[in-house]
Ligand binder design. Structure first.
Ligand SMILES: Cc1cc2nc3c(=O)[nH]c(=O)nc-3n(C[C@H](O)[C@H](O)[C@H](O)COP(=O)(O)OP(=O)(O)OC[C@H]3O[C@@H](n4cnc5c(N)ncnc54)[C@H](O)[C@@H]3O)c2cc1C
Length: 404
């Protein structure tokens, strides 16, 4: 009997696990290699859901009927004094990175998920692809999937000139426990998708499951994302300087953030945001920041190698598409491999379809975020039109068709 074709997946986050689970169920011999030596569980914050995310979970056989997050019925925008500027009835389900990772990992055989395997190089010929890991191990297969995120190593074999471009702003993020918030703030924020617009900045937030994954009132968290223009030459390096004075490159582990950086951020929140959001920021134990990038690959395939998720395209978070896009990539990849037994041909079809999708998502996200960019880019003046409370509630992180 012919043996099952071997798929090597580099990166054990959500994109890698979507692809690995889907291919496993299609009869592939799949192994996942994750660089982190420690399980990824317990990290991350809130995630917006779109139909592709549910569809991929369903194809894998993960039951979502009991809900994977908090259902909200509408949106609200607050003025600086806390009064309501407007509301909009958009229903959505909000979940967490941790919950999705837990579900996808539980659906995949543990002995096929290898921690502590940082891919250092890949090469291929007509018959197979070979991966070398920093720990000295090697793996061979018929298919290689680069699901290794924005700093992808695999990308060098597919789109070597593609690099992340700093967007000119960062997002402060965090989770505040519902039980720590005042009754007035709980009343205003739960269960809603809320916004607070300051000049050249904006803040949004929504309820998600609490740290024990409970979605019961009182046990949830409020997830916030606060976008702030940040100069690349001076402000960003300072933010990325840790407690011991060491400089990190464009990101810093949350526990290493300096106390004075967090204190200044909380002071700014009190001055610039609605009181509801200022309280959320004040009561978030471990805020962290994410540097906002654009990444756009011209292609997602090279022979037997495919890129997927953030390894190929990273859109600014205003579209809330990171996880759903990775889920959609994984479904399209599996479908292409089912339709064509020639792997290189199948991957070319996959790339053609999903690169168009990725570009459409990136361009929309860039338009939504242009208002926040530092400097005097004329794009920003035009983008200010998109920054009214009604437009922000209507356009940010809503489901939209990018396939046309
Ligand atoms: C721990 C964690 C927490 C996150 N939390 C959130 C969140 O709260 N909200 C949100 O919107 N997005 C979050 N993200 C990002 C989100 O997962 C992605 O935007 C989206 O799901 C696409 O996922 P991805 O798998 O393509 O990329 P990523 O999620 O970035 O995953 C890439 C994976 O590849 C691994 N990797 C990188 N290089 C190598 C290498 N050389 N060899 C082997 N492995 C490698 C990384 O360690 C990582 O696990 C998080 C990502 C991670 C890794």
């Amino acid at each position: 009997m012919a043996r099952a074709p071997r798929a090597l997946v580099i990166g054990g986050s959500l994109g890698g696990l979507f692809a690995a689970n889907l291919l496993l169920r299609r009869g592939w011999d799949v192994r996942v290699f994750e660089q982190s030596a420690q399980p990824l569980a317990g990290r991350g914050a809130g995630i917006i859901t779109h139909p592709d995310l549910f569809s991929a979970l369903e194809h894998i056989g993960i039951n979502t009927s009991e809900g994977i997050g908090v259902d909200i019925e509408g949106r609200v925008a607050f003025a600086g004094d806390g009064s309501v500027l407007g509301t909009l009835p958009i229903r959505q389900c909000l979940t967490t990175w941790g919950r999705l990772h837990e579900l996808l990992l539980a659906a995949f055989p543990a002995d096929r998920y290898h921690l502590g395997h940082a891919c250092s190089s890949v090469e291929q010929d007509a018959a197979e692809v070979r991966v070398v890991f920093a720990n000295g191990n090697e793996a061979r297969g018929e298919l290689l999937i680069g699901a290794d995120g924005i700093r992808s190593v695999v990308r060098a074999a597919v789109a070597p000139d593609t690099r992340p471009q700093y967007a000119g702003y960062i997002a402060w993020r965090g989770l505040a426990e519902e039980r720590l918030l005042s009754a007035a703030t709980r009343h205003d924020l739960f269960p809603k998708f809320a916004f607070s617009l300051a000049p050249r900045e904006h803040m949004l937030g929504y309820p998600v499951a609490g740290f024990g994954n409970s979605t019961r009132p009182g046990e949830r968290c409020f997830n916030f994302v606060w976008y702030r223009p940040t100069d690349a030459q001076q402000e960003l390096p300072l933010l990325c300087t840790d407690r011991e004075g060491r400089r990190h490159d464009m990101s810093i582990p949350p526990p290493l953030l300096r106390d004075e950086v967090i204190a200044q951020m909380r002071t700014d929140a009190a001055e610039r945001l609605s009181p509801q959001f200022a309280e959320v920021v004040a009561k978030t134990r471990q805020p962290f920041f994410q540097v906002i990038f654009d990444l756009e690959s011209p292609r997602m395939n090279a022979g037997r190698i495919a890129l997927l998720g953030d390894a190929a395209f990273v859109a600014r978070p205003h579209v809330g598409m990171g996880v759903s896009k990775a889920a959609g990539d994984a479904m399209a990849l599996t479908a292409a491999l089912r339709e064509d037994s020639d792997i290189a041909v199948a991957l070319a079809g996959y790339s053609k379809q999903r690169a168009c999708f990725g570009s459409a998502v990136i361009h929309h996200a860039r338009a939504l975020g242009a208002y926040l960019q530092a400097g005097s880019d004329p794009e920003r003046a035009a983008a200010a039109m998109l920054h009214t409370p009604q437009a922000v509630m209507r356009d940010i992180a809503v489901t939209r068709d990018y396939s046309g």
